[in-house]
Design a protein around this ligand. Structure first.
Ligand code: IPD
Ligand code: CA
Ligand code: CA
Length: 272
């Protein structure tokens, strides 16, 4: 039996620190639902709560204790630059804030790690169902420790898809409603859960067959795309080009329906 090399040991440490941080942040969120929390408006329909800030602080504390030199990009705090580090943690402390604020139990903590710009770790924790999705590059994806994989659905007629809408939905015609209407007439079912990170996990676990969204942020996608790829899924932009979490478009699928999804998204050019 060979000993794990240095890279395997580091990946193992990264995923266990990310898991610890996600579970602790999940506990913070659940505690806030019990004790109450303040809600502020970033914009008219874009909320932030005390729980977002408290969970984010807990995650950053856990990361910095283990890896003080790593860079961190967190939704509420922004980027803490540590220019010498090859590692960047990309964090959404509460994905699904609108759901959370309304008491609708569909939200999660999302923590991804990049090395030299490449996603290598994804950890997403749903504290309401105690579901922990994890992946490390080359090692597959797991739900509560059990390997998961994407569905085999190969036609939109049989597909359950999911999407979401950005907070500027009222302000721009590039608001995804055109794509939503077209997909609604071509698929078996279409959902909007309000948490992009869990949408990616659910494609990875075969619960959804595909997911697309127009204007996501890096913290919505960083962990989920690692989990999806490791579960055998495919992720691109709307043109079928390689996906970047620093771009906004995302098409994530089980693979077999990917081209059909791209065809629908390319039926017209979205106004910008
Ligand atoms: C939002 C959710 C939602 C998606 C939005 C995101 P937040 O993140 O992921 O599903 O449609 O585009 O901004 O604000 O709840 O962290
Ligand atoms: Ca988010
Ligand atoms: Ca968030």
């Amino acid at each position: 039996m060979s000993l794990p090399d240095e890279q395997d040991v580091l990946l193992g440490t990264l995923i266990s620190v990310a898991t610890d941080a996600a579970r602790q942040a999940g506990a913070v969120l659940v505690e806030c639902t019990r004790t109450g929390f303040r809600i502020e408006h970033k914009q008219i329909i874009n909320l932030v709560t005390d729980a977002d800030h408290q969970a984010e602080q807990r995650i950053i504390d856990v990361i910095h204790e283990a890896f003080p030199t790593h860079r961190v990009l967190a939704e509420e705090r922004g980027l803490t630059e540590q220019p010498l580090s090859r590692y960047k943690w990309v964090i959404d402390p509460l994905d699904g804030t609108t759901n959370f604020a309304h008491g609708f139990p569909a939200y999660c903590v999302s923590i991804g790690v990049e090395c030299d710009g490449r996603g290598i770790i994804g950890v997403i924790y749903d504290p309401t169902r105690d579901e922990l999705f994890t992946a490390q590059i080359g090692q597959g994806a797991r739900l509560n420790g059990v390997p998961i994989s994407v569905s085999t659905t190969d036609h939109l007629d049989h597909a359950l898809l999911v999407t979401g809408f950005a907070y500027d939905i009222r302000e721009t015609p590039n608001n995804n409603l055109n794509h939503f209407v077209r997909f609604a007439l071509k698929v078996q079912g279409l959902r909007r859960t309000g948490t992009a990170a869990l949408d990616l996990c659910y494609v990875a676990a075969g619960r959804f067959d595909g997911f697309w969204e127009v204007k996501l942020n890096p913290w919505d996608m960083a962990a989920g795309v690692v989990i999806l790829r490791e579960a055998g899924g495919r992720v691109t932009d709307f043109a079928g080009n390689p996906h970047s979490i620093y771009g906004q478009q995302l098409v994530a699928s089980n693979g077999p329906i990917h081209q059909s999804m791209l065809d629908v998204l390319q039926e017209d050019v979205s106004p910008s």
